[in-house]
Design a protein. Structure first.
Length: 302
C-alpha cells in the first residue's frame, strides 16, 4: 500500500523515524545515518512530543520507530518513548537497536515499548545467552521482538557526487528508503523522505548544504495536508540523491571503521551495483518491490 490520504490525514503504511541519539557506540561502514561522523546529540522528549503532535493532525504512521545512532544511548529513552506515544502520530512505538546496550535497559523500558528490533553485527555479536534473555523479557512483557543478523552493508553515499542526472533519477526511483520502507524522518521541526537527505548534507567535507532544501517544515495550517502529500509522493529526485547511492550501492562485508577512514571518496559511478540496479528497475517496471536479502544472513522472531 502506498502513501495516501484517508479521513483527512496522510497515511504512511510504514513507520515514521525519530532519532533518539545521533551518536552510536558502533562505527559501521555505510551507516545510512552517518552516525560515525556525529557527536552526541539527544532528542528532547518534550520537543519531540510537541512537533509530532502537530504532525499527527495531518499524518499517521503504522508505527513510530525510535532509532539512532544508538537509541539506548539516550539518557531518558523511557521518557522519549512516552512522548512519542502521547503525540498520537501512531499507536505503536518500536525501538531499533544494535542490542549491545540492551542489558542495561530498565524494567520500565520493557513495560512501555511495543516492538523491538535488534540488528546483530559480526563485529559486536550478541550472545545466544543474551538473545534467550531478551526473548524471555519480550514474552513476559508482550513485546514484539525481531532479531536480524547482518553480515553485509551496501555503500550508502559518495563525498564527490555525480553530474549524471539519469543516474540520480535511477538512484531515487529504486530507493527503498524513500518508496518502499518509507523512512520518513522527523528532526528539529522538519520532515524528510529519508535519513540521508537530513544527515548527509550536514557532514560532507565540502560543506554540503542546508538539509531543509530536501525537507518540509511541519506546520498547522489549512494548506499543510496538501503540501505534505505532494512532498511525500514527488517523483523528482532530492538534491541529496546526487551524492546518495540509495539502495543500489555495491555490497561489502560489515566492518567498523575509525572516523578518519569513514568517508567514501570514490565517485558514485564507481560505487553502484549496476546489476542490482537493473534488477530493481525491472522490478519497478513490473510493479513489484525490489527485494534485497543479501545484506542479512538470518532473521528470527522472538
Amino acid at each position: 500500500m502506498n502513501v495516501h490520504v484517508a479521513d483527512g490525514k496522510v497515511i504512511n503504511p510504514e513507520g515514521i523515524e525519530i532519532n533518539a541519539s545521533l551518536q552510536c557506540n558502533m562505527r559501521c561502514k555505510s551507516c545510512a545515518h552517518l552516525s560515525p561522523l556525529f557527536r552526541r546529540e539527544n532528542a528532547d522528549p518534550a520537543e519531540t512530543h510537541d512537533i509530532l503532535a502537530v504532525l499527527a493532525r495531518n499524518y499517521r504512521a503504522s508505527y513510530a520507530k525510535i532509532m539512532g545512532g544508538e537509541p539506548l544511548l539516550h539518557p531518558d529513552i523511557v521518557g522519549l518513548i512516552e512522548a512519542v506515544r502521547a503525540s498520537g502520530v501512531s499507536d505503536t512505538v518500536l525501538v531499533a537497536t544494535n542490542g549491545t546496550l540492551l542489558d542495561r535497559a530498565s524494567e520500565e523500558f520493557w513495560r512501555i515499548v511495543d516492538s523491538l528490533e535488534i540488528s546483530v553485527y559480526p563485529s559486536r555479536p550478541v550472545t545466544s545467552k543474551q538473545i534467550d534473555r531478551y526473548q524471555g523479557m519480550a514474552r513476559e512483557h508482550d513485546v514484539s521482538l525481531l532479531i536480524n543478523h547482518y553480515g553485509h552493508f551496501r555503500q550508502i553515499y559518495s563525498e564527490t557526487g555525480t553530474d549524471s542526472q539519469s543516474l540520480v533519477q535511477d538512484v531515487f526511483d529504486t530507493c527503498k528508503l524513500a518508496h518502499y520502507w518509507r523512512s520518513h524522518t522527523v528532526f528539529d521541526g522538519w520532515l524528510y523522505r529519508c535519513p540521508q537527505s537530513l544527515f548527509m548534507p550536514q557532514k560532507l567535507e565540502n560543506g554540503g548544504w542546508d538539509p531543509h532544501e530536501d525537507g518540509l517544515e511541519i506546520a498547522d495550517d489549512p494548506g499543510f495536508l496538501d503540501r505534505l502529500h505532494r512532498f511525500l509522493t514527488r517523483t523528482e529526485p532530492l538534491r541529496a540523491c546526487g551524492n546518495c547511492l540509495g539502495s543500489v550501492g555495491t555490497l561489502h562485508p560489515h566492518t567498523e571503521l575509525p572516523r578518519d577512514a569513514w568517508r567514501p571518496q570514490q565517485k558514485p559511478e564507481e560505487l553502484i551495483d549496476y546489476e542490482f540496479l537493473e534488477l530493481c528497475k525491472s522490478d519497478i517496471a513490473a510493479d513489484d518491490g525490489c527485494v534485497d536479502s543479501s545484506s542479512f544472513v538470518s532473521r528470527e522472531a522472538g
